[in-house]
Design a protein around this ligand. Sequence first.
Ligand code: ZN
Length: 158
Amino acid sequence: MSSTAIVSDPADISPTHMGSCHCGHVTYTGRFDLANGHIIKCNCSICNKKGYFLLSPKPEDSFKLLTPPRVSELLDYQFGKKLVHHYSCPKCAVSVFIKGFFEMGEDRVPFQAVMANTLDGRVDGEGLEDLRKGQFKYIDGRNDRIEFADEPFEGGVW
Ligand SMILES: [Zn+2]
């Protein structure tokens, strides 16, 4: 989840994927480990309404927005304490990624994730086969609890 929680092993290089919104205005690359990592579904208000399938890059700094060149050119939605940027395409309105902080008690844990359903394939040409290996984990974001479970918490969906 957080960059501090991920132990980076130099021998364990996640494959680089390409992703985009529906109209192609927003494109990105990043390393994602679908075979060993997991896609997160959360029961908080925005994850539910938007149907987010959150997938964090590994390592976190491997995520690169390609187009448009500046994040300021995306639609940026924030609410509540405005700890998280919810970035969408300003043309087709597809949610592409989020970046910000989760609040856990007194702690603010940095977090970023793409929507797994915006992945298009791997840059090595392997296609989307590893998307089928993606495992789902559920978190109780509604109560600011970031523990992984195998089924949705109250108010969450599969
Ligand atoms: Zn678009």
